[in-house]
Design a protein around this ligand. Structure first.
Ligand code: HEC
Length: 158
């Protein structure tokens, strides 16, 4: 009886974990990231009808050149980072939210660089998860684009 219960628990755990693992292949959990995004909501919107608030609208931020969302007034160092070649992906967003100012300083190699974004997310898991969540509002996500390329290759080599 105990053995059967234990097996059941393992199966249940696998079912619970599966959708999250499926949602992101970088290790970030988009479902858990939705909770972390509550911190971001003070300044950012995602989803249908999202607008710029204190921070830019984060729809389609993955694959976007930093500092280029139309109609949003970025800090000059964020614009400079975009001009220097910064294009967001989930790993970079996870890095950025650890310490936006430090991120820009390192990226621009300029200790005087400043960020307009003041929030810092300390926990690595939270950073990865929130980046995965934000990524679900980017279409097509970088991963999906890669995956569909692979599929095409498979089909054409057929
Ligand atoms: C206190 C307000 C505030 C909070 C909270 C906040 N941000 Fe920001 N965010 C900003 C501002 C302002 C900018 C523009 C930065 C600049 O121009 O230097 C920004 C920029 C960004 C960018 C770059 C977007 C682009 O178009 O280049 C990303 C990505 C981002 N934030 C993600 C997040 C995530 C994820 C969270 C939650 C963990 C978060 N932000 C929380 C204010 C905030």
């Amino acid at each position: 009886m105990r053995f059967a219960l234990k097996n059941l628990a393992v199966v249940a755990a696998a079912i619970l974990v599966a959708p999250a693992a499926f949602a992101d292949s970088h290790g970030g959990d988009a479902v858990a990231g939705e909770k972390v995004f509550k911190k971001c909501k003070a300044c950012h919107m995602v989803g249908e009808g999202a607008k710029h608030r204190t921070g830019p609208d984060l729809n389609d931020v993955m694959g976007r050149v930093a500092g280029t969302a139309e109609g949003y007034k970025y800090g000059k160092h964020m614009i400079a980072a975009g001009e220097a070649g910064l294009v967001w992906d989930e790993a970079l967003v996870a890095d950025y939210v650890e310490n936006p100012k430090k991120f820009l300083q390192e990226y621009l190699d300029d200790t005087a660089a400043k960020s307009k974004m003041s929030l810092k997310v300390k926990k690595e898991d939270d950073r990865m998860n929130v980046a995965a969540y934000v990524g679900t509002f980017s279409t097509p996500s970088v991963e999906e684009a890669e995956e569909s390329e692979e599929t095409e290759e498979e089909t054409s080599s057929d």
